[in-house]
Design a protein around this ligand. Sequence first.
Ligand code: SF4
Length: 755
Amino acid sequence: IVSTQEVDKWVKGVCRMCGTGCSIYVGVKNGKMVAIKGNVDSKTNTKGFLCIKGMNIWKVAYHPDRLTTPLIRKNGKLEPASWEEALSLIETKFKEFHKKYGYDSVAYYGSGQCTTEESYTFNKIWKGGFGSNMMDGNPRLCMASAVAGYLSSLGSDEPAGAYEDIENAKCIFLTGSNTSEAHPILFRRIARYKKENPNVKIIVCEPRKTQTSNIADLWMPSLPGTDLAIFNGMAREIIKNNWQDNEFISKHARFTQGDGSNVSSFDEYIKFIDKYTPEYVEKVTGCPAASIKQAAEWFAKSGATMSLWCMGLNQRSNGVWANNLIHNLHVITGNFGKPGSDSFSLTGQPNACGGVRETGSLSHLLPGCKPVVIEPWRKHVESYWKVAEHSINPAKAINPKPGFPAVKLFSSLGGENENDKPVKGIVISTTNPAQTLPNLNKFIPNIKNAFTVVIDIFPTRTAQLASVVLPAAFLYEKGGVYGCSERRSFLTEKAVEAPDGTKPDLWIACQIAKRMGLEKFIAWSNEEDIVKMAEMAWNDYTGCTANSEKTLAGATYKRLKESTTGVQWPCPSEDHPGTYKRYVRGMDPIFDDPKKYGLNIPADADMYFYGRPDGKINVFMRDAEPKDSEKISKEYPFLMTTGRVIEQWHTGTMTMRIPETASAHPNSYIEIHVQDAKKLGLSQGDMVRVESIRGMNILPVKIVNMTLEGVCFVPMHDQKGNRMVNFICSDVVDATSGEPDYKVSAVKIVKISGP
Ligand code: SF4
């Protein structure tokens, strides 16, 4: 994308409206943003392509709804206040809660849209300074199952490969991802590659026949929640036809059940998957048996298969298992470690990987994405942070017990009464849980009843319920690092000044730290310049994780400033180029000095999954029965699933304020199969009541033939907010990851009026 706009300067940055991580230049004229162009050197959005959201993102900053003064709720109404008043109130309340109810009574809830420096700073304040793990973030709602999937299967979070595997793959398996709308530029990269290489096979496994399926050689439909049977069925078909990679299996596979602590065998695995015959799988999932056989053959025999998935697998009551089963397919076919072979979970947000997973800003993690329960790493972080010297918690240690994941956290949020729920106060930054949590009727009162501090640029639905609202600076008004799906960290430089009255989140975090007695603990809290503050926070973070496999020690701020492509971890030193493939000797720098990372990699190992004690990947025997997933009943006979549309982003806080995107699909609707519409006597545009056991919405009908009968779809975005699908969605969570099952809800559909 080339802009013809005349500007004074172009400032390097990243788009912040999906997890692709497209690299941009922001055009600045007379101190204001006026244009965006794509970065043609980019390794993510190759050739500098951008989608409609990326091209228009700068307009967000100048919308008249921008918050420019702090607000404090007085007599039930949010009233303008000074920064001093707002911060003093937060200090008083937090100190009171800590004293009265303990350090876990004050929580932080962050976002995959905060910068890495911001998330790291809040994480350090809470886990090190307060000695509390009561901090989570919205990636819990989208990526937690992928994290737990990587940790349980491979032993280390995030993909082994990178986007460049796309152009080396011979078969691309897209499952649980409407890539064309959720990661538009990445999808166009796949589509371009397919167009230039028609022999490359594309398989799409999804309940709906979306735009993504338009480039597919094979679309595999499935009833929502049932695709685990397809993955087991493909594995069975592969082994039955002797298409497996025996050498890879003998070197790298460890067959196991349950939590992975027991060892089983390949023979037991074969017995376990034997019931998943193509015919059985067809019966369970609705996917034709012939498609399962074909998909298995292409997957196993291509020579280089890459799987890509996202929320369709993660936002499920059995999301971790779904992730495990995709990894299984890659292990048994030897599709790891070679160009074009990878098991790649796409992240939903621009900095969910870099800012939240890698900095460990979830309730069970520490920087380096290592669980807080792992004692040696906890002790390392404690010592690096000097927790014993600085923490305000008398325990003077990081709490070894994980805090609450998002749904539990918001269930536990309550008022000031002693007998109320245990979490009394919360800081919510750059996210809108009053619109994004499932089963919203349950959580909205809790957000309202607690002492809730919201940091945002707009008066979101959550801000409207808050006790204190702090007006934030936008990304290009402060700068910072984002890390996208492919382990690539990229610096956005500050392009313009933030509007008067607004402050960057990092500044706000530092103010809270200072007022809570952590001035020395957060050394950058006394720095005035936001760019210097961010650099100090980054240096602290990369120092803390320098001896983990996620090391970015070589990605100095100076290097990130000069780079137009960013840096992929592991990157242990300034002269290291960054890593395309992990776990492979000669490509992954961890092999050069494993002892430095506390690892013991055999000298003769060419490939080694060092996250696991024996260097092998767990191949799990996971039953495909949808655990805890909602089932249809006589009263609720339809399965509803949810997803994105290309023009909107999350709750529309930003995209509904950009004219070009606000006019496209601003309001929610329901897609119903043509045969179901006939049975219900529905025509295009009729209004229906869509109801689950939790709540209902009134929605206009869109009749389609691109799904299985009995399945309906509602997009997650709605401008007015009263048609939000999250009032209907299930708040059942995956038992391991804590991620909610947004993708499977049983509903009834009742016609209420004509168009
Ligand atoms: Fe931005 Fe995603 Fe579009 Fe790229 S694909 S321009 S990151 S919204």
